[in-house]
Design a protein around this ligand. Structure first.
Ligand code: ATP
Ligand code: ZN
Ligand code: MG
Ligand code: MG
Length: 465
């Protein structure tokens, strides 16, 4: 792509999160990811431009040197920093404005730095031959934290029994963030048990919030509605999916043929989540047991009597195992991290110049990664230990906030001998995205939020009437 010939008419609005806005190219399988700022900040244009200047390269480095070695090469696309003409960015910002959901408009797109991130469009399959009339389906899942904290620093017993996501739901409902509770529980998704994963995915389909999006041919076809009161339309989704599962139309003598289609979708998602990342591998993968902690969340709707012991393992190279392993680098919990953060702060107050050597704000290079990997397991009272644990905590936070993209398309009919004609075959690819560094300064906020969420959960569920 030639950056000096950028034309806003080649790009269209694709989506956004809390930190960035994404546009996709009309012809090429590419997206541009641009930062966003709170709209009141946009008055300080110079400052925000400088922030973006530093932040975009930091994002790429963090993905390349920190997250990629931890999560595995095959899942990560770090992208590249691109310098964009300011005129192009301004025109683009005007163009996408009317497409943006209202709930995201508290922030504005960065039009000052001329800095962006160019990535492959993961909702498409670049090698998918255009001979099939059915475009790729992409399922984006933001799984959130998949384990119960096991740190000895935890002060509230409920945190050992109910997962963070399920507790947070009550708090978000009370604060008006969502109108209905989600019944999704990350521990079910990360369980490795097909039954529990099925329940988790079914609950995501019923209440996607910001944890599930589905694209067809790069277009968003299923997500939470802007108007939080409105439920997403599963019937619509079923209509979109029918051509991908033609056998489900007549094969089953079902009262709810739509349900069969959704079950088939869930089956494809599960096998992608448990596979080694692409469909060209076979063989029974090695399993890992990651459950040092209690593997079940008491708030999950999964029936307790169906839980069997020894059933919680994930194939070693699966995307879920990789993400969970990195999430579990948070082994002290925020309650154990906060005092270490204060130790670092105290040290920096005395020796402000040490901030650079300790790489508090990056650079996120191999040396940062060494600190993450070689942090001692026992606290020797040093600032090095504290910094190492804080770095590890931030890495784990990134893994708790990332998204998984599963993109699949029907195999070409004549590609291989299809022995099982009842089940359609798909080629698919699995990636992980949104691997931004979480700010060091965010730790006091995380500490307060954690207390609020646990307290609110206790009050709302255990208080006498
Ligand atoms: P969050 O609020 O979850 O932290 P964010 O602001 O960091 O989000 P992203 O999650 O990176 O932003 O991007 C926002 C959305 O844009 C994603 O949820 C996804 O739907 C889409 N998106 C991002 N990167 C890509 C990509 N490489 N290919 C296709 N779609 C993408
Ligand atoms: Zn839960
Ligand atoms: Mg995101
Ligand atoms: Mg993000």
């Amino acid at each position: 792509m030639e950056m000096d010939k950028m034309d806003e008419n080649d790009w269209k609005y694709h989506g956004e999160g809390n930190k960035s806005l994404v546009v996709s190219h009309l012809q090429h399988c590419r997206v541009l990811r641009l930062l966003k700022f709170p709209s009141e900040d946009s008055a300080h244009t110079r400052q925000t431009a400088e922030q973006a200047f530093r932040h975009i390269p930091n994002i790429v480095d963090y993905s390349k040197y920190v997250m990629k070695p931890l999560l595995g090469e095959k899942y990560i696309h770090s992208g590249e920093v691109v310098k964009l003409p300011l005129d192009f960015v301004r025109q683009l910002s005007l163009k996408v404005q009317q497409e943006r959901p209202e709930l995201r408009c508290d922030k504005v797109m960065d039009t000052f730095s001329g800095c962006g991130l160019c990535l492959p469009n993961l909702t498409q399959l670049p090698l998918h031959h255009l001979r099939d009339h059915r475009p790729p389906i992409c399922v984006e899942i933001k799984p959130k934290c998949g384990f119960l904290p096991f740190s000895r620093h935890i002060s509230k017993e409920c945190k050992r029994k109910v997962c963070r996501f399920c507790m947070h739901q009550h708090y978000k409902l009370a604060n008006g963030k969502w109108k209905r509770l989600s019944r999704y529980c990350p521990l079910d998704l990360f369980s490795g048990s097909k039954q529990r994963m099925y329940v988790a995915l079914k609950n995501l389909l019923e209440e996607p919030q910001n944890n599930l999006k589905i694209f067809k041919g790069g277009e968003l076809i299923f997500s939470c509605k802007d108007d939080a009161k409105q439920q997403p339309d599963l019937n619509d989704l079923i209509q979109h999916l029918r051509p991908y599962f033609p056998h489900s139309n007549g094969l089953y003598n079902s009262h709810q043929p739509g349900k069969v289609v959704l079950n088939e979708l869930i089956r494809v998602i599960c096998s992608a989540l448990l596979s080694g990342g692409d469909s060209n591998r076979s063989g029974e993968p090695r399993k890992v047991h990651l459950s040092e902690s209690r593997p079940h969340c008491e708030a999950s709707p999964f029936p307790r009597d169906l839980l069997r012991n020894g059933n919680h393992s994930l194939p070693k190279d699966s995307v879920l195992a990789k993400i969970l392993q990195v999430q579990m680098m948070d082994n002290l919990d925020i309650e154990g991290i906060y005092p270490l953060y204060k130790r670092v702060e105290q040290y920096l107050e005395e020796f402000p110049r040490e901030r650079n050597r300790l790489q508090i704000d990056g650079p996120y290079d191999e040396s940062f990664m060494d600190t993450v990997k070689n942090c001692p397991t026992e606290d020797d009272g040093s600032v090095e230990y504290a910094v190492g644990k804080v770095h590890q905590y931030r890495v784990a936070m990134t893994a708790k906030d990332c998204s998984i993209m599963i993109t699949f398309a029907p195999c070409e009919e004549d590609e291989e001998l299809q022995l099982n004609l009842e089940k359609p075959r798909f080629t698919y690819s699995v990636s992980i995205l949104d691997l931004d560094p979480k700010p060091y300064e965010g730790i006091p906020h995380q500490y307060k939020l954690d207390t609020k969420i646990a307290n609110y959960y206790l009050r709302s569920t255990q208080a006498p009437p």
